[in-house]
Design a protein around this ligand. Structure first.
Ligand code: BEZ
Length: 211
């Protein structure tokens, strides 16, 4: 069955390019981003894994651990990393799961048979420190993902996890936020001392609380 938002991310133990990993233990208190790619030694995937490696500091700043997966064997991952490092001018610094028996791919419903019988699609799961799934996303093999957008979602998730706000369309870190409907007008001054604007009774904006 498909994994839905709010589900506990299924746990597993697998071989990776950084040794055997038990997923939940490996996550620890961190957030996680688990993302699948169709195959090693393919052009779009090469650029994607290079892009994630270059965002190391951004992920660390947000306490997020990235981990990639495909159904290729470990030996292929290890050889391919050399190409990624060379062609993308980076250093792949996160684990890549080897899943040749498709154990994790099936567990996370990453194989969509009408797209490909054999390979994983481009899935993304963002997982919170509570091990619950906060975002799922599926891209086709031919479209490389926008990892800056995933960082933006993480910023929103982390903000809304700790403050009674949501983030509007095209929000970027530092922009005004939406006060969630469960906050009453009477509660606003104490909760949002930076001020607020009532555009409609259901549309109330406030400066980003943690800036
Ligand atoms: C790629 O990563 O370049 C790719 C993989 C599968 C299908 C199309 C493109």
């Amino acid at each position: 069955m498909a994994i839905r938002l709010g589900d506990v991310a299924p746990d597993f133990t697998v071989d990776t390019t950084q040794g055997e990993i038990s997923f939940h233990n490996w996550l620890g208190e961190s957030w996680g981003i688990l993302f699948s790619h169709p195959a090693d030694y393919t052009p779009v995937c090469t650029t994607e894994l290079g892009a994630v490696a270059k965002l190391k500091d951004e992920f660390e700043k947000r306490n997020v651990k990235p981990i990639a997966i495909s159904v290729d064997p470990l030996a292929d991952h290890k050889e391919w990393i050399k190409d990624i490092n060379e062609t993308q001018n980076t250093n792949v610094n996160f684990p890549i799961i080897a899943d040749p028996d498709k154990k994790v791919a099936v567990l996370y419903d990453m194989i969509h048979p009408n797209a490909s019988e054999k390979a994983t699609v481009r899935s993304v799961f963002i997982i919170g420190p509570d091990k619950k799934v906060k975002l799922t996303l599926t891209y086709p093999a031919s479209t490389g993902r926008n990892f800056d957008e995933l960082l933006r979602v993480i910023d929103s998730l982390q903000l809304t996890a700790y403050h009674s706000v949501a983030t509007p369309a095209n929000w970027e870190d530092g922009d005004d936020c939406v006060i969630v409907p469960s906050v009453t007008n009477e509660e606003i001054p104490e909760k949002f001392p930076k001020g607020h604007t009532v555009i409609k009774p259901y549309l109330r904006m406030t400066p980003q609380p943690n800036k």
